[in-house]
Design a protein around this ligand. Structure first.
Ligand code: PEP
Length: 249
């Protein structure tokens, strides 16, 4: 009980400086639910992180979309958790399915990344989710449990982790999971946490849903008892993101 609603906006590899400014202006000018009832965390591309952070209203936090698996060094093109921490970037998204699929990030690699980011003081939005093929084969829970176990194997404290259930077939496809489909997996994930981590972690960890959430679908999804918020891609670039934030109330 008492899990605060959480809405993340994953801007992915989108936006020019002007477009980012417009999104920030929209968010700054909108009527949004109080930070007492919702954590709002937007995730601009790295190059816009610090400017977005300093121009956004203070109750909207920011997340990086990735960070390196270990301490920084000779890893051309990567950004380390230490760098993000030094800039007071509070959150990082790890294990997004686009990175798992396109950049071959394995469950174990994601687990290591989550552990290292937490060790550097970052909070983590950790993504799990099955492909359509896996769902149709009846393997949804096995897949998300394996992905979550690889995180649990490396992490000793779940306080700063938000778990994002993002079915791959729903991401960027316009095919949002039904409220019942989302609730079923979230409930099973919470039961998995209770069995494999602790009752307290199961009770307190926010499990958010991601995959084609829009202003039209958010309220029914938010009404599900185990849906504690959203990770939003496409719609986080549009004014309807405000409606999704306000699904918290
Ligand atoms: C995402 O990228 O995390 C996501 C959920 O995207 P979309 O909302 O566009 O499906």
């Amino acid at each position: 009980m008492g899990r605060k609603f959480f809405v993340g906006g994953n801007w992915k590899c989108n936006g020019t400086e002007d477009q980012v400014k417009k999104i920030v202006d929209t968010l700054n000018g909108a009527e949004i639910a109080s930070p007492d009832v919702v954590d709002v965390v937007v995730s601009p591309p790295f190059v816009f992180l610090t400017s977005a952070k300093s121009s956004l209203r203070p109750e909207i936090q920011v997340a990086a979309q990735n960070c390196w698996v270990k301490k920084g060094g000779a890893f051309t093109g990567e950004v380390s958790a230490e760098m993000l921490a030094s800039l007071n970037i509070p959150w990082v998204i790890l294990g997004h399915s686009e990175r798992r699929a396109l950049l071959n990030e394995s469950n174990e690699f994601v687990g290591e990344k989550v552990a290292y980011a937490l060790s550097q003081g970052l909070k983590v939005i950790a993504c799990v989710g099955e492909t359509l093929e896996q769902r149709e084969a009846g393997h949804t829970m096995t897949v998300v449990a394996e992905q979550t176990k690889a995180i649990e194997d490396k992490v000793s404290n779940w306080t700063d982790v938000v778990l994002a259930y993002e079915p791959v077939w729903a991401i960027g496809t316009g095919k949002v999971a039904t409220p019942a489909q989302a609730q079923e997996v979230h409930k099973e994930l919470r039961e998995w946490l209770a069995k494999n981590v602790s009752a307290e972690v199961a009770e307190t960890t926010r499990i958010i849903y991601g995959g084609s959430v829009t202003g039209a679908s958010c309220n029914e999804l938010a009404a599900q008892p185990d849906v504690d918020g959203f990770l939003v891609g496409g719609a986080s670039l549009k004014p309807e993101f405000v409606n999704i934030i306000n699904a918290a109330t």
